[in-house]
Design a protein around this ligand. Sequence first.
Ligand code: OOG
Ligand code: MG
Length: 289
Amino acid sequence: MATSTRKPGSAAASKAASPRAASGKAKANWTIESVAAELLRCEDERRERPPFTDDWPELDLDTGYAIQDLNLARRLDRGEQLIGVKLGLTSRAKQQRMGVHFPFVAWLTDAMILPAGDPVPQARLIHPRIEPEIVFVMGDRLEGPGVSCARAMAAVETVYGGFEIIDSRYQDFRFTAGDVAADNASSGFFVTGGIGVHPSSIDLALEGVLVEVGGQIVDSATGAAVQGHPGEALALAANDLTRRGHAIEAGMIVLTGGMTDAVFAPPGSSIAVHFTNLGSCFVNGGVPA
Ligand code: OOG
Ligand code: MG
């Protein structure tokens, strides 16, 4: 894959948490390396924890991205393949729920693919939630700066409906932008639906989705909920990644962000997302881990 893994940025890498003597309680002296290692341990051990910014308020978005990139390198070192990118908090519904009011970008590897029809892998997850997303498969490489929605859409080969299973490593999904960027935007698993169309054959701003939990429709949206048009989210990702020294490569998958608020997916639950033109995807909450 041509996309390189950036070394932790020197500006961000030089920041570290300083113990707060004033509180009278010794605080962990977090660094980019130690936060990255702790997040991967939490993921492997299915362990939730408080957000790092409780101890390290200076952990900002750029520092979070440095941690995210370090953990991408660790994921690749252990044999995972980089297959795409995901956007987080591109809709107002998601931003309002999570209390972070701007979008950001994270990585997808092949370990995050869930075959359609598989249950939620509870044994690998802490508190999974499901959100419907418009998904792109890229035909051409996309690199900023200055990528527009139109140029972004011209680089898309196929559009799918799908859903993401997010799983924050933070207790109660409580985090700041820096925490959640570090945590690879709560990545867990994702599923793409069975109907793929060329972008010119669908009006994505008007593409509707219904979210069904246990046979009841609990939420709905159209593609316009995602930055006005999911192509705007793709352009945003290309421009943001260029700033970080990366590009969106041909063949990559792009999850453009939850269109509605996410719904919990405990064992025994039964969830479906129904798109106007892009078909339906179903997932079973499975059995307790
Ligand atoms: C952050 C991940 C957000 C989306 O599509 O907005 C995300 C979270 O909500 O825990 O994947
Ligand atoms: Mg998502």
